[in-house]
Design a protein around this ligand. Structure first.
Ligand code: GLN
Length: 572
């Protein structure tokens, strides 16, 4: 009898590498790139972003090149128009993308500068598909989620793979498995296994394992349900990460493997640690790096962790503590200032200091100015980015407190603008000085809309965004901190210092130590008579990295520490 052929359900098929359109040219998919897809279950905020970055770190520690994509299933084209109070900070890339804050997490963890294309949203996908439909690209056909929307998703993922020239592309799927809006993305990554091949794709599922307060038991049922939900969509995870307060015990691990239909050595646990920088270390200890390499057919190399460990350990036994007051409008949500919080900590790690940050609502000082006294308990005052009038008077009062009491001060973007307003009002005696963003009828618009912004009605991606050059003046604090005549920093703003007031501000002692190369835009200010009074129109936090803090953040924390230690001048 002739032998009947047994099919392996597609896994025996040779992977095919579809062609990708780039700028009208046909290009071929890089044959060796590997794809890791990370999904989350049970609930959001289980630390998918940190786990995704940690997988990247384990691969980097073994010498592999990686990039990371964040998929956000919301219909916004980008994060730029979303409220930070609900969604968290808007991250800004070098190329001027306004992206999800997870991109910042990847950049910091993996020391990368990612392009905006690495943040894919439903809005972008639909915009492209509908544009094509209107152009007539699908003439005669009915345009559908499968294949047209899913094809566009895959095209964008492959485009990132192709452009970044890496060994592994990690893709984090935002939201939770089972969300309606996430379905087309999950369908697209399901198809990618058939196209890229079993050995070139890895599905990682991370889900919460709660511990019951009453019995102290670790419960895997919600995780089992989310794995089932994933399977219903057609994705069988290759590895499962249990997100739990404590390390899961072997019984729980066995159960997860059994119900997840995966080997026990493919189950890992991301438990609570003192700093996020420990997560790649604890996952690698459990064998995750080795497993991922083996499963993807990547040559297993000995990981090199020494530099990373040095930084991660600097949080464990700090010699000093520095207490910062962050006075903002979105103080109720720590994620609103995540890059700033991290940059302050990077600065702290570089001077062996733990940085504790009190997030204070600026309006507190408007209701009751005696509350400013609480700032006496802090080593430094920090005014972050912001938009709109709410809380600005409180911020201005806090700047005044810092200046008058010689408390180290750092202002970023709106914080820079607040410092200009405070100085104009209280030192230059320009009564009622303000920004036209706050009071369009102010008698002294020391901060005004940039001329090129005047006729812009569209809100999406129209601010002055991304990396721009800054000339740094010799002999200033800025020059000392940056050690360069020219730097590049990221921006996100519409308003600027009004040139009509430059001379008055300077005459009263304000030094503009950084300007745009054409001299039209004030970028850094400082008050040399103070212990440390520094502000920038740009956002240094977006380029700050563990072990390599941004100079303005480092300078600020070092100054706070030096003042606390009783020095007469900060030592850089
Ligand atoms: N609202 C201010 C502007 O648009 C500051 C923006 C910011 O702090 N990112 O110029």
């Amino acid at each position: 009898m002739p032998q009947k052929e047994i099919s392996l359900g597609g896994y025996d098929r040779k992977p095919h590498y579809p062609q990708v359109h780039e700028g009208g040219l046909l290009i071929f998919q890089n044959r060796h790139v590997k794809f890791v897809f990370v999904t989350g279950g049970v609930l959001s905020s289980v630390g998918k972003g940190i786990v995704t970055s940690s997988i990247g770190k384990m691969l980097q520690a073994r010498g592999f090149k990686v990039t990371v994509i964040k998929i956000d299933p919301y219909v916004n084209v980008d994060a730029g128009t979303m409220n930070p109070y609900i969604h968290g900070e808007v991250y800004v890339t070098d190329d001027g993308g306004e992206t999800d804050l997870d991109l910042g997490g990847y950049e910091r963890f993996l020391n990368l500068n990612l392009p905006k294309d690495n943040n894919i949203t439903t809005g972008q996908i639909y915009q492209t598909v509908i544009d094509k439909e209107r152009r007539g690209d699908f003439l005669g056909r009915c345009v559908q989620i499968v294949p047209h929307v899913t094809d566009e998703i895959k095209r964008r993922i492959r485009l990132v793979a192709r452009r970044s020239k890496v060994d592994v592309v990690l893709t984090e799927c935002g939201g939770t498995v089972g969300d309606i809006e996430g379905l087309p993305f999950l369908e697209a990554i399901r198809q990618m296994r058939l196209e890229a091949g079993f050995q070139n794709t890895l599905y990682v599922h991370i889900a919460l394992v709660p511990i019951l307060d009453v019995t102290g038991e670790m419960k895997t049922k919600p995780l089992q349900h989310s794995v089932n939900e994933l399977r219903r969509i057609g994705i069988q995870p290759d590895t499962i990460i249990a997100r739990c307060r404590k390390m899961i015990d072997s019984e729980v691990l066995r159960k997860i493997a059994l119900f997840g239909t995966i080997p026990e050595d493919a189950v890992f646990c991301s438990y609570n640690v003192s700093s996020i920088y420990q997560v790649p270390l604890i996952l690698d200890e459990q064998g995750m790096g080795k497993y991922v390499c083996k499963r993807l057919g990547l040559l297993e190399r000995k990981p090199e962790w020494s530099e990373w460990k040095k930084f991660a350990d600097s949080f464990v036994n700090p010699r000093f503590e520095v207490k910062i007051a962050l006075i903002g409008k979105y103080a109720g949500l720590v994620d609103s200032y995540v890059s700033m919080n991290e940059a302050l900590r990077h600065g702290g790690a570089a001077c062996q200091s733990q940085v504790s940050i009190d997030h204070i609502e600026a309006e507190t000082f408007e209701r009751d100015s005696s509350k400013l006294e609480i700032l006496k308990n802090h080593d430094g005052i920090f005014i972050p980015y912001g938009f709109g009038p709410r809380g600005t008077e409180g911020k201005i009062e806090a700047v005044r407190f810092a200046r008058e009491n010689n408390v180290p001060f750092l202002g970023i973007c709106y914080g820079f603008q607040m410092a200009v307003i405070e100085f104009a009002r209280n030192v230059c005696e320009l009564k009622g000085a303000n920004s036209t963003e706050i009071n369009p009828d102010t008698p002294h618009p020391v901060i005004d809309l940039m001329p090129e912004q005047r006729n812009i009605a569209y809100k999406g991606a129209t601010m002055r965004l991304g990396a721009h050059k800054i000339r740094v003046k010799k002999g200033t604090l800025a020059h000392k901190l940056y050690g360069a005549d020219e730097i590049q920093e990221r921006h996100r703003h519409r308003w600027e210092v009004n040139s009509d007031y430059w001379d008055t501000l300077k005459k009263h002692g304000l030094v503009f130590s950084g300007k745009s190369p054409d001299g039209r835009r004030m970028e850094i200010l400082e008050l040399p008579s103070k212990f440390f009074f520094f502000a920038s129109q740009f956002h240094g936090e977006f380029k700050s990295r563990p072990g390599n803090p941004d100079p303005e953040y480092y300078g600020f924390i070092k100054a706070c520490l030096d003042r606390k230690l009783g020095k007469t001048k900060p030592k850089f």
